[in-house]
Design a binder for this molecule. Structure first.
Ligand code: SUD
Ligand code: ADP
Length: 284
């Protein structure tokens, strides 16, 4: 039997960091949603007690460093599963991009193995297993749109934002989430974005207000490390995106666009100096 799962990328519509916690993580407030850019996972049971990962992408680890491997190992250990699994990752989400590609693969593995092995694990339990793998994994388990607090694992579901296009652009730079949080200083934040404002904009289904409420306090750190990311953001704005923001710790920058007619112009304008550009819809 084969199980298929889609693992979509996330974007952060707003991301605020409140303070550093004694456990080293940062207390955050984020509004997150999914976009229609996804990895695809194929899982099949193996008679031998082993986990095998393959991928068409040559640039991700296939051993125990892979988050899908870690998710499979966790669920096997916790639920005493003796059979093995073969997982093929058809990667489309850029890696270390601020789009939670690895976290979404881990979440899809948890969902898929729950089905493959008929474990009957509740969504809540899948989320708490996910939290052991990474702060973004619980959101990737549930998907949709949510307010994420705590270190990102405490979720409050929200309505989806109004439908629009998201143009994602990623420069060939690798950003380490741990380094960005490590260099973040709350006293250097000039303006904190408002979770309340974004939630209100979404509940009013006002595209204009959603664009106005976009904000990410991690931009300051990543822009300082890589000024070209800030330039990319400015370019996307100049090309006519209605709202522009860096996702997560970066370096992916996304532009929201309501009118389809504008999408091709912005996409083509960016392709000149950025190889990885995607024009996708929000997943609603
Ligand atoms: C910044 C965000 C925004 O959605 O996403 P990405 O840019 O990674 O996609 C997340 O907070 C990233 O979540 P995730 O990538 O799952 O992080 P984790 O694996 O849990 O942690 C990686 C490292 O980031 C730091 N970290 C992470 C989350 C958090 N709330 N505070 C932190 O300080 C810690 O140093 C940790 O060791
Ligand atoms: N299944 C996976 N897909 C992508 N990256 C993975 C995966 N498993 C582990 N990784 C590692 O996780 C790190 C972060 O990847 P990713 O989740 O794409 O970052 P981000 O959360 O910034 O979008 C990378 O260093 C990558 O090598």
């Amino acid at each position: 039997m084969k199980i298929y799962e889609k693992a979509p990328a996330k974007i952060n519509l707003m991301l605020d960091v409140l303070h550093k916690r004694p456990d080293g993580f940062h207390e955050v407030e984020m509004v997150m949603t999914m976009v229609d850019l996804a990895d695809r996972l194929e899982m099949s049971a193996l008679p031998r007690d082993t986990i095998i990962i393959s991928s068409q992408a040559g640039y991700i680890p296939l051993d125990e460093k892979n988050l899908a491997f870690q998710a499979a190992r966790l669920i096997k250990e916790r639920y005493n599963v003796r059979s093995g699994v073969y997982i093929h990752l058809d990667k489309h989400i850029p890696v270390a991009a601020g789009l939670a590609g690895g976290s979404s693969d881990a979440a899809a593995t948890l969902r898929g193995l729950n089905r493959l092995w008929n474990l009957g694990i509740s969504n809540e339990e899948l989320c708490s297993l996910g939290a052991e793998l990474g702060s973004d994994v619980p959101f990737c388990v549930t998907g949709g749109t949510a307010l994420a607090t705590g270190r990102g694992e405490v979720l409050t579901p929200l309505d989806n934002p109004p439908q629009c296009w998201a143009i994602l652009a990623k420069l060939p730079i690798n950003v380490s989430t741990a380094e960005v949080y490590g260099k973040f200083r709350v006293d250097r934040v000039k303006q904190h974005p408002s979770a309340k404002g974004m939630i209100q904009a979404i509940s009013r289904q006002s595209f204009g207000e959603v664009c106005q409420e976009l904000g990410n306090v991690l931009e300051g750190v990543t822009f300082q490390l890589h000024p070209e990311v800030q330039q990319l953001k400015e370019t996307m704005g100049r090309l006519g995106a209605d709202g522009v923001l860096m996702s997560g710790s970066g370096p992916t920058v996304f532009g929201l666009v309501s009118k389809e007619a504008k999408v091709a112009r912005i996409y083509n304008g960016l392709r000149g100096f950025c190889k990885e550009v995607y024009a996708v819809r929000l997943l609603t």
